[in-house]
Design a protein around this ligand. Structure first.
Ligand code: HEM
Length: 503
């Protein structure tokens, strides 16, 4: 029996050996970055699943210990290169040839089968025109400007405080944090994009929120089969998760289209545009058929989709993480509240002169960005030409993965990366200090477009929440886990908090 088994296994082992030698030889010949042996069909999914089947960033970090900071990974049928250190990310992701987004057929279904919007548009053109247009227009309507953003943020926070107080009364102070901050994060973006805000109980928004959450958590490089086998989406749409994504795109895009129709009916875009959508409609009309690549209605839907997806989940996950970390680190919460009480009279909203004095609050957010690693693998990048990372050849169109999580949890740099310690961002004078290695918003030209707004709104939200409430673990319940729900974005698991009003 054993003889029979070894006889039948011999050809298989021989085949694997031949494959191993061929692949190693080919990689060396082409001078590709080193990486684990790719199995037929599965590539390195086997080794990734073996190390950590859910969190690809952990698997990449572990494999990087053996293969280095520039590492080849075969994700099923897709050849990719993982960057595993701050130095290589800083060196290469700031270069023009690494400033394009990796784009695959399954991703294109969000934007009518084309590369539309800012996030996935092609570098350098039309990305440059679209990014410039969005940036200029958002700024015109208040994005990143204190005098315009502060009243919008304040109105939103007044609503959050009111809503939280009502919930505390209704539920003996126990709050379930499950995407709780998403609608207020979205309202801030939407007020400039569409001149609109939504009630926190708006059923349509709650529904869209749920759909978007599913989208983010299903789109994980390890568990979403589409990253590895994009061509399977039409053969097995349910099994690959394509049906779920198509439903998400259908619902969100028809919501955006409805808003566009509302603005068209209102007609003010012709004479006095009030927001980004109006400006875009104005451009469509004035450019006529001269610019039918950039200024089209489908392009506008693409931009709205970008801001809806990039602008809400990221900020709300960061805030939810921050509250969770403070809840399980009560000494940090007390210290933060002491600082806020000293800087701001009770009942006052923060303004421009308070921001630089809120050292511990800014350090708390920096530490949350580090520990939460909300974009653990950043936005996918690709190279526009055949090129090199150091001595390694990177063929044009390679999927470039930046392992941000790895630099945020680098023990040699942070010493105790698993401890929540805002003090690491405080200097000897008690002032907030940034750290060049903290890159939650990415690198180079393709870095986040919403950074100034996200940073401002997160600081104000944290300060106002800490002024009005204390968050504690619910007595007689286990301490909530800080382990993430992993997807394109990381967020905390649903948790319960005992919320007390502060006098
Ligand atoms: C805590 C909040 C946020 C975090 C952590 C975050 C993080 C990121 C990261 C890591 C990228 C990819 C950068 C790269 O490839 O180097 C990105 C891109 C982007 N983000 Fe954010 N983001 C946040 C909030 C926002 C907000 C509020 C908006 C919109 C108002 C926004 C809009 C965008 C857009 C449009 C891009 C694509 C930029 C491009 O490709 O040119 N983000 N963000």
């Amino acid at each position: 029996m054993i003889e029979l088994l070894s006889l039948s296994l011999t050809p298989l082992l021989a085949l694997l050996l031949v494959l191993f030698v061929t692949v190693t030889f080919k990689r060396r010949q082409k001078n590709l970055a080193p990486g684990p042996f790719p199995f037929p069909i599965l590539g390195n999914l086997v080794q990734m699943a073996w190390i950590n089947p859910i969190e690809p960033q952990i698997a990449f970090a572990k494999l990087g210990e053996k293969y280095g900071n520039i590492m080849s990974i075969q994700l099923g049928s897709v050849y990719s290169v993982v960057l595993n250190s701050f130095e290589v990310m800083e060196e290469y992701l700031t270069k023009p040839e690494f400033s394009d987004r990796y784009f695959n057929s399954w991703m294109s279904e969000r934007t009518f089968g084309k590369r539309l919007g800012v996030i996935v548009s092609e570098y350098p053109s039309p990305w440059q025109q679209l990014r410039r247009f969005s940036h200029r227009t958002l700024k015109e309507f208040g994005f990143g400007k204190r005098n315009k953003m502060h009243p919008i943020i304040q109105a939103e926070l007044e609503e959050v405080v009111r809503d939280l107080k009502e919930r505390i009364e209704e539920s003996d102070g126990v709050l379930t944090v499950d995407g709780y901050f998403t609608i207020s994060a979205l309202n801030l973006v939407w007020s400039i994009l569409a001149g609109k805000r939504y009630e926190h109980c708006d059923p349509k928004l709650l529904r869209l929120n749920k759909v978007v959450k599913e989208f983010f958590s299903s789109s994980n490089t390890s568990t979403n089969i589409l990253f590895a086998y994009p061509e399977w989406r039409n053969w097995f749409p349910d099994w690959t998760g394509m049906t779920l994504l198509r439903n998400c795109y259908r619902e969100t895009n028809s919501f955006f289209q409805e808003i566009i129709e509302e603005r068209k009916d209102l007609g003010v875009y012709k004479t006095m545009p009030e927001n980004l959508i109006d400006e875009f409609l104005h451009e469509i009309e004035s450019s006529g058929s001269n610019d039918d690549i950039i200024f089209t209605e489908q392009q506008l839907v693409g931009i709205m989709s970008d801001f809806f997806l990039a602008g809400s989940e990221t900020s709300s996950n960061t805030l939810a993480y921050c509250i969770l970390y403070l809840m399980v680190n009560p000494q940090a919460q007390e210290k933060l509240q002491r600082e806020i009480d000293a800087v701001l009279p009770h009942g006052f909203f923060p303004s421009a002169e308070h921001e630089p004095l809120l050292h511990y609050a800014r350090a708390t957010l920096a530490e949350t960005h580090r520990m939460g690693s909300v974009f653990p693998l950043m936005g996918p990048r690709t190279n526009t030409e055949d090129t090199f990372c150091g001595k390694f050849f990177i063929p044009k169109g390679t999927y470039i993965i930046a392992n941000i999580h790895k630099i945020n949890y680098d023990e040699t740099y942070w010493k105790d990366p698993k401890s929540f310690r805002p003090e690491r961002f405080i200097d000897e004078n008690g002032h907030f200090k940034t750290d060049p290695r903290l890159k939650p918003f990415g690198f180079g030209k393709r870095a986040c477009l919403g950074e100034s707004m996200a940073s401002m709104s997160l600081l104000h939200s944290l300060v106002v929440l800490m002024q009005n409430f204390t968050f504690r673990p619910v007595p007689n319940e286990p301490l909530p886990s800080v382990e993430p729900v992993n997807g394109i974005t990381n967020g905390p698991q649903v948790y319960r908090a005992l919320v007390e009003c502060r006098g």
